[in-house]
Every structure is written in structure tokens, then in C-alpha cells.
Design a protein around this ligand. Structure first.
Ligand code: AMP
Ligand code: MG
Length: 426
């Protein structure tokens, strides 16, 4: 399935097929560590978290108002209740005394519902008064149903219910949920370590002068950002010249330490020959021509790492837009899986293309676009100018990728297209 491609020379691998091959090959890391909740943002749960308590632990009030017996509410006439005088039930301080039929008690949001009471009327619906016998609360008919404004014990999480599953990537609300359960420490996968380098004799690093014909290495910075956004640990191995000795030395360094080797450049047809031989000696890497634009050349496969481990190679094309697009098309989800996460498909939405887009069937295209809300309240998308694989500006001006599927032909102005918003991607 990996190794030499079963495709005929000149054949291109559809994106879906490339993705399926990658997913079928991956083996997630298994190393687990325990972390305090405070340090767990962006990490991936290694075990289900079962709720050790009910949340909330008691029925409680959802409003500031008066707690009452729902059965006292009159359907067709005003309801007149007697309020316990001078008593307010506050959150964290349950009421010790009984509240009889026909009575009510002032209560604050989050306070435990007094024994036998099942309904809370918000303060703004009450007419509060007094007569000779004490304080009164009057409600108009129909303003409230029995049981309203009461939060029930366990309505957020029941005791023993799985709160979060293994494979869940922890987001801010998850940390809050776990704190609400009193969970102080978590079992998470250790962070996946990704060795990153760029290849190309023409590349220079920041701070170096640019000689004639040279360019600054930009891929390392965009890819470093993409990896860090995924919560992965990055081992920056810098620039590597187009030279087998240099490449071998850098691979040694990468394979000694990392779970993944991510490279850009050097996999297109002209470069691939010595790279292919060199990598063949170190694992089972497939060199693919993927039916996509930008991004055609791509290599993937397991490499023999130190101590009998496997490291996964993702070799992206060098053109800066192609590198990022192939990262999102293939590496992003694969890295999450390797890190132990249960992948969730990225949300895709449909937007009306304001202009015609040229496209031929037989390859997937990832055009860069700006999605905005049209006058009719529906999403529309326009492309960000020149779409060359080297024009990184097309990516920085965009807020979405327009994904034109393998079979799709030309798009007419006004047609709907699929867009993948960068929020969630980048
Ligand atoms: P390659 O895939 O090595 O054939 O490179 C394709 C194109 O991308 C060439 O124009 C390279 O100069 C350019 N390129 C390769 N690597 C990088 C990089 N790290 N940063 C910016 N441009 C690059
Ligand atoms: Mg190159």
C-alpha cells in the first residue's frame, strides 16, 4: 500500500485516495503523561473522564426570584403567596426551615432549591407587597408553569456518565467542565514531536544576506505556525542543502528524536531521484503525484527511527502555497491522529462564487478566497487575485480555501462552491 506506487507512471493519485492511504498507515503514539488541569489546554485525553459527581449536585434556582410550590399556581386567577419574612436563600447556603403550601421564599440564582419547592418565579414577574400578616407575592395568571426556572441535579452531567472521551482535544470549555467535576489531574498523550526542515540550495535563513537568485525560507515559518496551532512540539532543524550528505545527517538528527519528519521542497520530479534512493534505505516512503492543485508532488511513509521506533515522513512540495495546502489536505488530520486525537472533519460551508472560476475535472483544486456575507444574508466568496502556487499573498489575504472537488468542472458566477474557513484550519 505504501512503498512504490501501484499507479502507472504518469497517473495521478486522487486526493481522497492519498488521504485514505495515509490514514490506513498511521499508528498513533501511546505514551501517556499526567498533567494538572491548568496545563492541559490543547492536549489530547488518553482516557475517558467519567464524572465522579453529579453536576449540579442539587436542584437549584436558575433565577433571582421566589421559590414556590408549582402546585400553588392558579391557572385562571392571580396567585397570592406568603413570603417567609426576612429570609433569602443564597447560593451555597441551603435553607434549613420548611416552606409550607401557599408560601414562597426569596431565592438567588444557584441557591439550592428548598425541600419540596419545584418552581422559581423571576423577580420581575412578582408583585411584592405586604399585609397585616407579613410579606406577600402576587403573580398574574399564566406567567409561569410549574417546574420552571429550576436546574435539575445532574442535568449537566450525571454521576458515572462519561464527561469527555479519550481522543478529545481539550478546548477552554472542556477545562471548565473538568473543573466543575473536581478533576485536578488528567491523563493525556505526550506531545507529538515533529522535526521540521526546509530543503533547497537557493534558500537563505533570516538574517543572512540574499545573494543573486536566492530566496528566504518561508515554509519553515508558516509550517512551524501550523504545527504549533495544532499543539505539537516542533524541533526546528533549519535549512538543508540539496545534497545527500547533508540530508542524511539531518535525517539522523530528526530520527533520533522525533515522531514525525516534516519537510518541504525537493520532492518534485527534478529533485526526487537521490532523495528517493536515500529514503528508500530508511523506510517505506511512497512518492506520489497527487491530482491536486496546488501541490502535486508529495511523499509519505514510515521511516526507521532510533530504538526500533517508527517516524512518519511528510514531504511537502516547496512552493509556499503548495506546502501549506498539502499540509492542510494531508498532514493536519494525520498529525492529529498520530497525536492520539479522534479526528473531526473540518466544517465546510457552501458559498456563492461571485465570479466564474476556471477548473477542469480530474483534480482537486484549493483556491484561496475571501468569504463574506452577501446582501441577501447568504455567504459569498471571491478569489484573492493571482492563484500561483508561489504567491503566498493569496493565502494571507484569504480567510478560506475554496475546495473544488475532483470531478467538478468550471464554476459559473453565482454557482455554489465549498469553502473551508481558515478559523479551524490555521
Ligand atoms: P521544490 O519543491 O524544491 O522544487 O521547490 C519548488 C519551488 O518552491 C521553488 O521555486 C523553490 O525555490 C520554492 N521553495 C522551496 N522551498 C521553499 C521554502 N522553504 N521557502 C520558500 N520557497 C521555497
Ligand atoms: Mg528544491
Amino acid at each position: 500500500m505504501l512503498g512504490p506506487s501501484p499507479l502507472m507512471a504518469g497517473d495521478e493519485l486522487p486526493v481522497a485516495e492519498a488521504r485514505a492511504r495515509i490514514q490506513a498507515a498511521l499508528r498513533p503514539i501511546a505514551d501517556v503523561e499526567t498533567l494538572p488541569l491548568r496545563q492541559a489546554l490543547g492536549r489530547i485525553l488518553a482516557a475517558d473522564v467519567i464524572s465522579p459527581i453529579a453536576v449540579p449536585a442539587h436542584d437549584n434556582s436558575a433565577m433571582d426570584g421566589y421559590a414556590l410550590h408549582g402546585a400553588d399556581l392558579q391557572a385562571d386567577a392571580p396567585t397570592l403567596l406568603r413570603a417567609l419574612s426576612g429570609v433569602t436563600v443564597f447560593a451555597g447556603k441551603p435553607l434549613a426551615q420548611p416552606v409550607g403550601r401557599g408560601q414562597c421564599v426569596r431565592i438567588m440564582t444557584g441557591a439550592v432549591m428548598p425541600e419540596g419547592l419545584d418552581t422559581v418565579v423571576p423577580i420581575e414577574l412578582c408583585h411584592v407587597g405586604a399585609d397585616a400578616a407579613g410579606d406577600t407575592v402576587t403573580l398574574k395568571p399564566g406567567v409561569l408553569k410549574p417546574g420552571e426556572n429550576r436546574r435539575k441535579r445532574g442535568e449537566d452531567l450525571a454521576l458515572g456518565q462519561p464527561a469527555l472521551r479519550a481522543g478529545h482535544l481539550l478546548r477552554p470549555a472542556d477545562l471548565g467542565l473538568l473543573a466543575s467535576l473536581g478533576v485536578a489531574d488528567l491523563q493525556v498523550f505526550r506531545r507529538l514531536k515533529v522535526a521540521l526542515f526546509s530543503t533547497g540550495n537557493e534558500l537563505r535563513t533570516l538574517g543572512q544576506p540574499l545573494e543573486e537568485g536566492c530566496i528566504y525560507d518561508s515554509n519553515r515559518f508558516s509550517l512551524m505556525g501550523a504545527l504549533e496551532r495544532l499543539g505539537l512540539e516542533v524541533l526546528d532543524l533549519g535549512l538543508v542543502a540539496d545534497d545527500p550528505v547533508a540530508l542524511n545527517a539531518t535525517l539522523d538528527q530528526a530520527l533520533a528524536q522525533a515522531d514525525v519528519v516534516l519537510t518541504s521542497g525537493g520532492v518534485s520530479m527534478g529533485d526526487a531521484d537521490y532523495t528517493r534512493d536515500l529514503l528508500a534505505a530508511r523506510g517505506e516512503v511512497g512518492f506520489w503525484k497527487v491530482a491536486m492543485r496546488p501541490g502535486r508532488p508529495f511523499a509519505f511513509g514510515p521511516l526507521h527511527a532510533a530504538a526500533g521506533r517508527t517516524a512518519w515522513l511528510f514531504a511537502l512540495p516547496g512552493n509556499p502555497v503548495a506546502a501549506l495546502v498539502t499540509f492542510y489536505a494531508f498532514a493536519r488530520e494525520a498529525l492529529l491522529v498520530l497525536a492520539g486525537a479522534t479526528p473531526r472533519p473540518l466544517p465546510v460551508l457552501k458559498a456563492r462564487s461571485v465570479a466564474a472560476i476556471r477548473k477542469r475535472p480530474g483534480r482537486t483544486e484549493y483556491q484561496r478566497g475571501i468569504v463574506s456575507l452577501g446582501d441577501d444574508g447568504r455567504w459569498e466568496v471571491r478569489l484573492t487575485g493571482a492563484q500561483g502556487a508561489g504567491i503566498l499573498r493569496s493565502m494571507t489575504e484569504a480567510n478560506a480555501l475554496v475546495v473544488l472537488g475532483h470531478e467538478q468542472g468550471a464554476v459559473a458566477a453565482g454557482d455554489e462552491v465549498q469553502v473551508s474557513l481558515f478559523d479551524g484550519l490555521v
